[in-house]
Design a protein. Sequence first.
Length: 502
Amino acid sequence: MTTTEAVTADATEAPSTFDSLNPATGEVVGTHPIHDAAHVQACVAEARVQAEWWRDLGFDGRKKELGRWRALMTRRMDDLAAVMSAETGKPKGDALLEISLAIDHLAWAPAHAPKVLGRQKVSPGLLMANQAASVAYRPMGVVGVIGPWNYPVFTPMGSIAYALAAGNAVVFKPSEYTPGVGVWLAETFLEAVGRPVLQVVTGFGATGGALCGAGVDKLAFTGSAPTGKKVMAACAETLTPVIIEAGGKDALLVADDADIAAAAEAALWGACGNAGQTCVGVERVYVDERVYDDFVTELVEQAKQVKAGPGEQVGPITMPKQMDTIKRHIDDALARGGRALVGGADAVGERFVQPTVLVDVPEDSAAIKEETFGPTVTVTKVADMDEAVRLANDTTYGLGSTVFSAKQGMEIAEKLRAGMTAINGVISFAGIPNLPFGGIGDSGFGRIHGPDGLKEFTYAHAIARQRMKPVLALTTFKRTAKAEKQLTRIVGALYGRGGKKG
Ligand code: NAD
């Protein structure tokens, strides 16, 4: 019996079920309940009970418990990787890399929570010098997490690990394509910790919608921008705060002083790794005209070595309906004057898409403007890095970005409108637990990972403690005219000087 079944065994009638399929073969790999609103509410009610126990464990107690879960997850990595590969089709090596990064975050979050969230003294300022001021970041209570399928462990764990480390209980609704991964996480948590502080609910959009309306204290959503808007609208009904981690259309910029072979390798992996189904994957490349030909030659040579198929480096497209989007983007690019140097119109098969490199694609085409989420990439020649920055920033999204340059990496990165930038590497920021992860615009808002990611699942509690009587008694009806005059004089002396132009 899963955690959630245990919680609501007699709260609702037996729910109907759905199958989880292997996208590489179409075979059924698991059958899971479609949880309804009553079940979701019962889970949130149970989470509220668990949240108190969890909060009262304190930072040290939670670190110990999360350490047990981390160790169990690490020992069973192969088992988890098998569930992930079966449900998404991703090669085992990719699954192991994803789990390793998630485990690193699961270690970082509880280890750093005391310093980031614990009560800290702050200066009371001159006017309130008689006070001792401090702030602490408290758990919100119950956090709902709604996840996608493309990185079914790494992505939701960016919210789950940080929400738990901050002292919250979590109810997790995994994607309908990867319910088995969600169940695996909740079951191993229960085995390690002994209490269902993390629960899972399974089902489709309606189950996610029910979680938005179930009275959680915060909702962390990762998925597409259109669904993010629905989640935000549903959460608005109850003034439930949200984090939205949505899609992207990330660009990689290649300057004339870049290591061309390394840039091409990064572009290829960034575009085709996980079959291109990466929110921070490389979808567009802008190359300085002085090195454009060399870059394209190198990229084409490398891309020709990479194949999609069973047992190949590029796995299947997990969501069958995505095939139409990928094909539409390639066809549109070709119909509008673009050329495919690798792959192309025939690259889209029944379950797999071959790596595709497109050049001469107009900037207003779907392949440049919309998230493709397949192993395709456009390469565009630019006069210089100013033009590259302008085109890279000309998107409604603003998630990740990449720069290749020997000397101007930082300078170019500072001009990019994106939540994250990797210089002379690709997607490197996601593996550094100290760095916040998230975007702006249609890529969403709020941050997971790092100190910002811990604070995201808390509320600030400020305390001002009077240490001694104030020199001027101002917050009383006994305030005197003399005190008011003195205040004006002090403020004038402190802030009234300077600031004039010229
Ligand atoms: P999706 O938006 O289709 O679904 C995401 C989740 O939302 C699923 O669990 C789904 O069941 C649920 N859902 C659907 N309708 C809902 C509703 N009305 N209310 C509540 N929940 C609902 O996204 P997807 O196809 O699973 O994931 C791919 C998308 O996720 C891509 O756009 C990708 O870029 C993005 N993504 C973003 C990040 C990030 O950190 N920014 C990470 C991974 C994926």
